[in-house]
Design a protein around this ligand. Structure first.
Ligand SMILES: NC(=O)c1ccc[n+]([C@@H]2O[C@H](COP(=O)([O-])OP(=O)(O)OC[C@H]3O[C@@H](n4cnc5c(N)ncnc54)[C@H](O)[C@@H]3O)[C@@H](O)[C@H]2O)c1
Length: 366
């Protein structure tokens, strides 16, 4: 069920060349690989900041599989040394220290910046820490780019920059009114990137992810604390958590639970490589990245029951403050401009890959 899927064949190649699929593997999250393309364009040397984390480790693996050189900079405050892929150079350092960033960036032609604090609740009780790391860190990345001559950036932005949407699906032209310090700091970082590109000719793309799910290259989600629905549901399935809480069953949705947009981390990885070749010098592009369709909390739990074959205890609770009924991305801009489209949009695939990963990496924290 989770074997190599021909639909993974890339829709457009990094830096504009035609792909040919030369290999495939079967397996599951441990072996899910994107098709390896022959190198038709020059190999890049890319600095991946936050490459020991969930998304950064998958994207690093993908870059290496594509024949690029990867340097990971991470302070391991949230990430794991085992998640840094073989074949990447690892530098332990802090993105809020300009010397660390400049040192790691020397000789790189591009940078992907994933390092951030990303717990919404914590951002409200400790907002300055969020601005220091998420904005200050990004300012250091931009400074280091000018100092080292590294001219291409892909930045992890977020759906939280929009806040409560007036309409769904959410377009990039939607108003940005973040409702928490996490989203506000990411939006401030996006603004810093825009002005820096205009002033110094850097080429940057911010990808605004919705809910990232699944696993690839043996790398998956292992956060502490975990706040994301799919890993929490799978912890309840594995009995490392007594039950899954469903917050709100009276939303104006077909089954009464909130609807969110989930995107497979392998689809996200492809978008990062496409984005590296997208923006022109002086340009900052912003793309929403989602599935284009949403799934309710109940649909996620039902799919997890199907995938794991176990019953998952559910406890229904009241809505949480600030949780909108529906958050779904419009990804039409990145589809039109970069030729990206989700190749693994099924919930069962995402949950199946996450489950395979969780079983080979039993929860380290409980
Ligand atoms: N996971 C999602 O669904 C999602 C959704 C929207 C946006 N994002 C954004 O994507 C990025 C990656 O998310 P993730 O889920 O992989 O998070 P993650 O916590 O797994 O990875 C972040 C990595 O950054 C590192 N880091 C944190 N502070 C650092 C610092 N000061 N210096 C150096 N390294 C530091 C951590 O150790 C970790 O390895 C984040 O910027 C996040 O805000 C994630």
């Amino acid at each position: 069920m989770w074997g190599f899927d021909a639909r993974l064949a890339p829709d457009r190649v990094t830096l504009g060349e035609r792909p040919s699929v030369t290999s495939s593997t079967a397996g599951g999250a441990e072996t899910r690989r994107l098709p390896v393309r022959p190198l038709t364009s020059a190999a890049m040397r890319t600095l991946v900041i936050g490459g020991a984390g969930y998304i950064g480790s998958v994207v690093s693996s993908y870059l290496i599989a594509e024949g690029h050189e990867v340097i990971v900079l991470d302070d391991l405050s949230k990430g794991h040394d085992w998640a840094v892929p073989d074949g990447a150079d690892f530098v332990r350092g802090d993105v809020t220290c300009l010397d660390d960033v400049v040192g790691a960036m020397r000789g790189c032609d591009s940078v992907m910046h994933f390092a951030a604090l990303s717990l919404v609740g914590e951002s409200m009780t400790d907002p300055l820490r969020y601005f220091r790391v998420n904005v200050g860190g990004t300012v250091n990345v931009l400074d280091a780019m000018t100092l080292t001559g590294c001219s291409r950036l892909v930045f992890s932005s977020t759906a939280a920059t929009y806040g409560e949407p007036e309409s769904v699906p959410i377009l990039e032209s939607a108003p940005t009114r973040p409702t928490n310090a996490y989203g506000a700091a990411k939006l401030a970082a996006d603004h810093a990137i825009s002005f820096a590109c205009a002033a110094s000719g850097l080429a940057a793309t911010s990808l605004r992810y919705f809910n990232v799910a699944g696993a690839a290259y043996g790398c998956g989600e292992d956060h502490d604390p975990e706040t994301h629905l799919i890993p929490l549901v799978l912890q309840a399935a594995a009995r490392t958590r007594p039950h899954i809480s469903v917050y709100g069953t009276d939303y104006p949705t077909p089954d009464g639970t909130a609807i969110r947009d989930y995107i497979h981390v392998a689809d996200l990885a492809r978008a990062h490589l496409l984005a590296l070749g997208g923006a022109e010098p002086g340009e900052h592009r912003v793309y929403n990245l989602g599935n284009g369709r949403g799934f309710s909390v109940r649909e996620v739990i039902d799919a997890a029951r199907l995938v794991t074959g176990v019953d998952i205890p559910v406890v229904e609770s009241d809505r949480r403050a600030g949780d909108p009924a529906v958050l779904v991305a419009s990804s039409t801009r990145i589809q039109a401009e970069l030729g990206w489209s989700p190749q693994l949009p099924d919930l069962e695939t995402m949950i199946g890959d996450a489950w395979a990963f969780a079983q080979t990496h039993p929860d380290h924290h409980h």
